[in-house]
Every structure is written in C-alpha cells, then in structure tokens.
Design a protein around this ligand. Structure first.
Ligand code: SAM
Length: 154
C-alpha cells in the first residue's frame, strides 16, 4: 500500500505471521464504513452485539456481574506499515505509538464498554467504535471492578 499522506513514513514489513491469535467471536455494530465509526466509543452509543464462538461460550460465566468490560478486537481492515502518521484532523505528524489510530503494527483496538445484558452466547454492549464484523480477541472485566475479587498481591 502506498497511498499515504504528506510527511507520513512507511516502512517495509514482513508478512506478519508470528502471532497465533484465536478470533473468539465477532462484533456486530451499525457501522459498515470507517468514516461513520466514532473515533472512540461512547457509553451512550448505540447497542452493539458481541457474538462469542464455540468453544469459548462457557468462558462468559460470571461476566454478567460486571457493568463495565474491556473489549479487545482486531482492526482487520487496517494497514500495518506506518511508523509516522498524519492524522486527518491534525496539522502535524505523530509516531504511531503516540496515537490511538487503527493503523499500527499489530492492530489491536481496546474499549471500555458498558455491558447491558448477556443473551446466551451474545453480549449486548454500548461504547464500541469498530466496523460491523470486526473480529473479537478478548474480553475482560473492568480492572477496577475486578480488583476487589482477586487475591491480594503487592
Ligand atoms: N478504541 C480503540 C482504541 O483506542 O484502541 C480503537 C480506536 S480507532 C481510532 C477507531 C477507528 O478505527 C474507527 O473510527 C474506524 O475509523 C477504525 N476502524 C474501526 N473498525 C475497524 C476495523 N475493523 N478495521 C480497521 N479500522 C477500523
């Protein structure tokens, strides 16, 4: 891919094939075009569905105890070869690690989402910002809500 903006820097990259991730589900949102997605999810955003695939459905046990969950997903439509970017809304450039752009070497997206309800193998949530069909990598309880349940540790 070479359609980059002024002052952006692209680097040659090998085909990424080292991480063996399981896509554990699929995210269903109203957005089919990147320009329509929010830049960051909002807690009062539309209800979205997170579908969990077998055999991972039993891994949802107990998640209904949490109002807030972390959602990690794979921004699968992103290019992965920019080290310096020129965000459309900015008049300067930034290194990729100084941005939350979907364009990154390993395009992992994260949000804190509001868990509305669990319906079998599907979570209904608010607060997402990804395209319809985005692959799901992981779910975790909100870290503040989880800490009191975990055994104490320094
Ligand atoms: N909240 C996440 C984060 O901070 O890690 C992602 C933020 S990123 C700025 C969100 C943007 O990524 C959306 O507005 C959309 O333009 C783009 N996007 C959403 N889903 C995508 C996908 N599946 N592949 C590539 N880009 C996507």
């Amino acid at each position: 891919m070479s359609d980059i903006r002024a002052h952006e820097i692209m680097v040659p990259t090998s085909e990424p094939d080292d991480a063996r991730l399981h896509f554990i589900g699929r995210i269903h949102t109203p957005w089919t075009d990147r320009k329509d997605c929010p830049r960051q999810g909002k807690q009062d955003g539309p209800e979205c569905r997170i579908e969990i695939f077998e055999p991972w459905v039993p891994a949802l046990k107990g998640i209904e105890d949490y109002d807030q969950i972390e959602v990690l997903y794979w921004l699968d439509k992103s290019r992965r070869d920019l080290v310096v970017q020129n965000p459309g809304h900015s008049d300067r450039t930034y290194g990729t690690f100084a941005l939350r752009s979907p364009v990154r070497p390993n395009p992992i997206g994260t949000v804190g989402a509001k868990l509305v309800k669990v319906e079998g193998s599907t979570l209904i949530v608010r607060g997402l910002d990804c395209l319809n069909g985005t692959p799901l990598l992981d779910l975790k309880p909100d870290r503040c809500a989880f800490t009191p349940k975990a055994s104490p540790k320094d």
